[in-house]
Design a protein around this ligand. Structure first.
Ligand SMILES: C[S@@+](CC[C@H](N)C(=O)[O-])C[C@H]1O[C@@H](n2cnc3c(N)ncnc32)[C@H](O)[C@@H]1O
Length: 197
């Protein structure tokens, strides 16, 4: 009998089976979409008209999908260190963004290529955040901005230590329920003129 099935599948021992797993899948997808929409809306406010935006550690590219809905004028690029994630992102984004396999510490772009660089829940994975920050500063045009959304323990100080990043600020950012609730928004601006090497 279907309604007794869960007794044979570890009910009460941490597993989520059958109909419950369907609900879990549905709910987590909904909350994630909500979180990405909040981030995308915030990014959309910071991007100049027809600006070039780079999303570092784009994962499956869901934030860029949402950003494209708000700002179809933007030229979107995503990079990720994982070939599997790049494949997912390419499938999810199609023509809406260029997606490439790359490490934040070695970005395959010319200097001053982007108006805005974004990283959502990726910076806490970076092996060398200072090297990443140097690369971000290099690919941002003077006056271009960096936006990072991440957990409280992400390496904000190492990134803020990059001499070509200015006007640094950070504060709580509400992206959704649960663990993500305690996330932060970090912002910086690439310096102009003589300070750039
Ligand atoms: C938790 S996922 C976040 C994905 C997506 N931005 C999101 O908000 O759902 C972190 C991503 O960062 C990527 N990543 C980790 N280290 C990286 C690095 N050094 N350079 C580029 N991407 C990196 C991982 O492969 C992973 O896809």
């Amino acid at each position: 009998m279907p309604r007794h099935n869960h007794h044979h599948h570890g009910h009460g021992h941490g597993t989520i089976d059958g109909r419950a797993s369907g609900w879990y899948n549905f709910l987590s997808k909904s909350f994630r979409r909500l979180a990405y929409r909040r981030i995308a809306k915030d990014v959309a406010r910071s991007a100049p008209r027809s600006g070039a935006v780079l999303d570092i550690g784009t994962g499956p590219g869901v934030m860029l999908v949402e950003l494209h809905r708000f700002r179809p004028d933007l030229e979107l690029t995503g990079v990720d260190l994982s070939a599997d994630m790049v494949a997912h992102a390419k499938r999810n984004l199609g023509e809406r963004a260029a997606v490439r396999l790359a490490d934040v510490a070695e970005l395959p772009f010319e200097a001053e290529r982007f108006d805005l660089v974004v990283a959502s829940f990726s910076a806490h994975h970076w092996e060398d955040p200072a090297a990443g920050a140097a690369e971000i500063a290099r690919v941002l045009r003077p006056g271009g901005r960096l936006l990072i959304y991440d957990f409280e323990h992400a390496p904000y100080d190492a990134i803020a230590g990059q001499s070509r990043l200015d006007d640094v600020s950070r504060g709580p950012f509400h992206v959704g329920l649960g663990r993500l609730m305690r996330s932060q928004r970090f912002e910086a601006t690439a310096t102009t003129g003589t300070q750039r090497s």
